[in-house]
Every structure is written in structure tokens, then in C-alpha cells.
Design a protein around this ligand. Structure first.
Ligand SMILES: NC(=O)c1ccc[n+]([C@@H]2O[C@H](COP(=O)([O-])OP(=O)(O)OC[C@H]3O[C@@H](n4cnc5c(N)ncnc54)[C@H](O)[C@@H]3O)[C@@H](O)[C@H]2O)c1
Length: 364
């Protein structure tokens, strides 16, 4: 595979490393030449041991065009869709766009959907947790049917964002990045949207459909310097009628990244980082059977698995069936947009999936 990555930041380096580990050819582009230099001299060697001179580094304006199998968009969310639309002109086999897919105003999303569909380009959104090994174990356990009829789903991604700023020492704080601005795709709802996406993944696996209702309480910080939600509490109901909850925040220490599916005769729990270097799945069924399985993994492994998944999804000929497919990323964006709308109006927001998403309606 020949891969182009937009953004020489944290995720751009992870995706570049994962591509190289798979023996793929990689070019990284960035509008900021300091970011390219930082990648070569500190970020990449600091994380993965040494710089890999096979990786091409290019200022965006002078970057090579066309001939790529996969183009990844790993920039701040407010640039995702403009870059993705331009990337489609290069006619890659696939696009991978980082989470969250776009800004909560959904500007540009309808054009992306139409253009990708017209061209037949597969589009994936970077919610890597749903294709992790522990998620696969939870999925298999759910498919056995041992836990009976699914009653409720809970997912929490609660993590103080100090770790993100530690990994970005060049940022002075939330005000210095999209992170401090929910309208640009930051705040807890955007940054930790892995939880919403994971909830949707479990709901689909449980056969209860898409999210149909969102009722949210968001705790905003708005002081003239930043404008973001630090805590997001979401009550969700699916098309199939299951009610559940998502909690995302940027204040919790130590972190908790956890999911639970409760059925009529048992339950399944997934934990990311149950202890350093391990994810885990725990399950119980009545009467009295239980299991616990740990999965060793490193952070780079998450992205190697994600790219392997994308390669396999392309080879399968049905990339739309992937849990990383664009439709799932859009579903997550609709929940993010609805959460802000619910917080603004104090009302429950209904998502109508019976017709193509009316991407403007949520903003009215
Ligand atoms: N899937 C995951 O687990 C995961 C992990 C980290 C980040 N992310 C996502 O990746 C995205 C980027 O996050 P990050 O932490 O890497 O940010 P970052 O600030 O470390 O890097 C972003 C880079 O994009 C560059 N950039 C900005 N506009 C650009 C443009 N128009 N063209 C090319 N380059 C441009 C910036 O100069 C910067 O170097 C976000 O959407 C974030 O949520 C996902």
C-alpha cells in the first residue's frame, strides 16, 4: 500500500509508524514545517526508537499528488472535511479520516458523502477502539447470546486531558488548539467521542439499531479564552428501544475507559487499559458462570490493527460493512450535534433515520 497522511502530529506519527510496521510506503504532509521537523527529530524517534528515513516528509503545498491507495486525514477536526474532499480528487482506493469526523455544525459532510459515493471511494473514520482485540472478544461473547436479551448499554471514556497536553508540549493549553473549542470539534463530546462510537458499535452488535434519541447534560467552560464542554452526560435510546448512557469527560484521574452490556441473563464488560499494557473483557452469566480475559497491547498496536482492518475491509469488497465505515462516523457526529442541541434547548433530540440524514436540520 502507498499511504499519504495529512498532519504530522500525534496521530499522524502513529499512522505513519503503523504503516511502516506493515511494510507500506508513507508520505506525511503538514502545513507547518516545524511539525515535520519535530516528527523527524523528536516525535517519531522518541516514540518508536529511531527515525525511519523511508518516510517522506512534505510541506502540504508541495506534497506529491495521486498514486496513493490510502489517504489519512490526521489534522485537527476543523480541517478534516476540506482535506478529505480535496483528497478524493486524488482518487485513492480509500480515505481514513480521524475522529471526530467533522465539526458539530456538520458543514461539508453532505458534500463528502455525495462525492465519495459518486466516486466509489471507501471512507473510514478513525474510531480504532471498535476494531481492537478486546472489542472483538466482547463482540464474540455478545454473539453467543449467553447474556440473553440486551437490556442496557453503558460506556464511559473519562480521562483528564493532561495526558494529551503532555504529549503535545508545544501547546500552551486548551486555548492553543481545537481542544478548547467545542464548535471546532474539541471538548469532551468531540475529543472522547470514542465512547459514543463504542456505544453505537455495541448497540449494532446487539441488533438494536441506531441511536434514535439523545438527551444530554453538558458542563461547558466558557471564559472568553476557551469554549468547551468538560463533562458530557448523554442518555440515549436506540431505534430498537434500548435505553443507555454515555459519559465522556476531560477531568477524570485516573482514567476510566469502560463499557458494559447488561442482558437478561448476564453481562459483558470491556475495559481499556485495565492495567498498563492490557485491555480486558469480563463476563458473567446466570447461574454463576464467569470469565475474564486480558489482552496485551501497546498504543502502536491499536493503529497497526486499525490499518490491517482497513486493508482487510477493502479486500473483502464490502468496506461499508466495517464498524469504521463512514456511515458509523456520521452516526457518531449526529449524536455529538444532537447532544449540543439538547444541552442548548434542555430537550430530548430525536434522530430520524428513516430518510437520509438531514444534516442541516440539527442546526436549525
Ligand atoms: N484515534 C485516536 O485514538 C486519536 C488519537 C489522537 C488524535 N486523534 C485525532 O487526530 C486528529 C489530530 O490530532 P493530533 O493529536 O494528531 O493533533 P496535533 O496537533 O498533534 O497534529 C495536527 C497536525 O495537523 C497539522 N495541520 C493543521 N492543518 C493542516 C492542514 N490543513 N493540512 C495539513 N496539516 C495540517 C498541524 O500543523 C499539526 O502538525 C484529531 O482529530 C484527533 O481527535 C485520534
Amino acid at each position: 500500500m502507498r499511504v499519504k497522511i495529512h498532519g504530522a502530529g500525534s496521530i499522524g506519527n502513529h499512522l505513519a509508524n503503523a504503516s511502516r510496521r506493515l511494510g507500506w510506503q508513507v508520505d506525511i504532509c503538514d502545513v507547518d514545517s516545524a511539525a515535520l521537523e519535530r516528527t523527524r527529530t523528536s516525535l517519531y524517534p522518541g516514540r518508536y526508537g529511531k527515525w525511519d528515513a523511508e518516510i517522506g516528509l512534505h510541506e502540504s503545498a508541495k506534497a506529491p499528488k495521486s498514486g496513493y491507495d490510502l489517504i489519512c486525514v490526521g489534522t485537527p477536526p476543523d480541517h478534516h472535511l476540506a482535506l478529505a474532499l480535496a483528497a478524493l480528487d486524488e482518487k485513492p482506493r480509500a480515505l481514513q479520516i480521524e475522529k471526530p469526523l467533522c465539526m458539530p455544525d456538520l458543514a461539508g459532510l453532505a458534500q463528502l458523502v455525495a462525492k465519495a459515493k459518486a466516486q466509489g471511494t471507501a471512507v473510514f473514520v478513525g474510531y480504532d477502539h471498535v476494531v481492537g482485540l478486546a472489542a472483538e472478544l466482547a463482540q464474540k461473547r455478545l454473539k453467543t447470546g449467553d447474556i440473553g436479551k440486551v437490556q442496557t448499554i453503558d460506556v464511559e471514556f473519562r480521562e483528564h486531558w493532561g495526558g494529551i497536553f503532555a504529549a503535545h508540549p508545544w501547546l500552551a493549553g486548551p486555548h492553543d488548539s481545537y481542544l478548547g473549542f467545542w464548535r471546532r470539534g474539541g471538548g469532551a463530546t468531540g475529543e472522547h467521542s470514542h465512547a459514543i462510537n463504542f456505544w453505537q458499535f455495541l448497540a449494532h452488535e446487539a441488533g438494536t439499531g441506531r441511536v434514535a434519541e439523545v438527551q444530554a447534560t453538558l458542563d461547558y467552560v466558557s471564559d472568553g479564552k476557551v469554549d468547551y464542554d468538560r463533562i458530557a452526560l448523554l442518555n440515549l435510546r436506540t431505534e430498537g428501544g434500548i435505553a443507555g448512557r454515555v459519559v465522556q469527560d476531560v477531568v477524570t484521574v485516573p482514567h476510566r475507559k469502560w463499557a458494559r452490556v447488561q442482558g437478561s441473563t448476564g453481562s459483558i464488560e470491556w475495559t481499556c487499559g485495565v492495567r498498563p499494557g492490557f485491555d480486558a473483557v469480563r463476563w458473567w452469566t446466570n447461574p454463576g458462570r464467569e470469565g475474564f480475559e486480558e489482552v496485551a497491547k501497546t498504543r502502536p498496536d491499536d493503529f497497526i490493527r486499525e490499518l490491517q482492518h482497513i486493508e482487510a475491509a477493502l479486500a473483502s469488497g464490502s468496506p461499508d460493512a466495517s464498524p469504521l465505515a463512514l456511515a458509523r462516523g456520521i452516526e457518531t457526529m449526529l449524536v455529538i450535534a444532537a447532544a449540543h442541541e439538547s444541552a442548548r434547548t434542555g430537550r430530548r433530540v430525536r434522530l430520524d433515520h428513516s430518510r437520509p440524514p438531514d444534516l442541516d436540520a440539527l442546526q436549525s
